[in-house]
Design a binder for this molecule. Sequence first.
Ligand SMILES: NC(=O)c1ccc[n+]([C@@H]2O[C@H](COP(=O)([O-])OP(=O)(O)OC[C@H]3O[C@@H](n4cnc5c(N)ncnc54)[C@H](O)[C@@H]3O)[C@@H](O)[C@H]2O)c1
Length: 312
Amino acid sequence: MSTNNYLVTGGAGFIGGTLARRLSALGHSVTILDLPEKIEMAKEWLGTIECCAGNVADPATFASLPKKTWTAAFHLAAQTSARISEEKPGIDIDTNVKGAQNFCDWARKSRPGFAVFTSSMAVYGWSGDNISEDQHPKPVSVYGVTKSASEHFFRILKEDGVPTRIYRLFNVYGPGQDFFNLSQGMLSIFLAQALTKPEILVTGTFDRYRDFVYVDDVVEALMLKPEGEEWILNVGNGIPVRVGPLLDRIVKAVSAWNPDVKVRQVESHRGDVFGNYANIDRLKATGWRPAIDLEQGLLLTVPDARKALGCK
Ligand SMILES: NC(=O)c1ccc[n+]([C@@H]2O[C@H](COP(=O)([O-])OP(=O)(O)OC[C@H]3O[C@@H](n4cnc5c(N)ncnc54)[C@H](O)[C@@H]3O)[C@@H](O)[C@H]2O)c1
């Protein structure tokens, strides 16, 4: 029987870990590449998944990967915290830009069956409705600039003959998310507060909106084999969800544990995006559909958040 070998950089993280476990559960051989401390933290769920500890900003990390016929390689490793991105932009440039370049240099030599890069809605910049992939990138954050720059390394990789797909992810949520990071991820920030505090503090107005997509739906998209002309695809639900209704759903989802939780509005911080949601026609043309709506997704996420946050 032939073995399918998959590489997932950032495989000890939220989306990478979900992808690695899914591929492993399908019976494939999976190797993850992540920082040593993250691999240490992931030990409890790794099972048969092979680990390589290293820094993607260092080309030696890729040189140390096992030599295999790789069915596909997914590049998810990134500095993803908005706060670190603004305070220490050099880390983003090292991890995200140099990391993407090193990955692409490795992929050019190792010739995986296909390569996948997780880019971000941040490449589009400020707010926007029904944003299609044809919209010219105009990032307004260091993180967005590094994702936009990295996309070009993947374009060159594709031109060099490695089938490649770039996915621009919108707001991904679900089990495995970092519920302690209160500077990233609107839904996880609200949910963590709803489970552990008497009130949820909301920066900015309740009219703001986001496009939330459940992590398993994202993983299904990432695993698609690149076919056809389109190679840059948005991943979202394609539906704007306003902060007000999101809070109503979260309050309902935690009502069994924190029935009296209140919501309080506080001042918005500069640079907060008002609203955006994706046009997902390209992804839908592949046959992909989001399977989990927000209500179901929240019900699936709450038990994991409670466990992670040590709720009694
Ligand atoms: N979560 C979202 O809503 C979202 C939205 C848009 C794009 N993305 C992209 O999806 C990918 C995965 O995001 P996530 O939410 O799982 O984030 P995450 O922070 O949970 O995962 C990123 C992983 O990369 C690893 N990493 C960081 N620096 C590294 C380095 N120098 N060398 C090796 N590994 C390193 C981290 O340890 C972590 O395990 C990222 O590329 C992110 O930019 C995520």
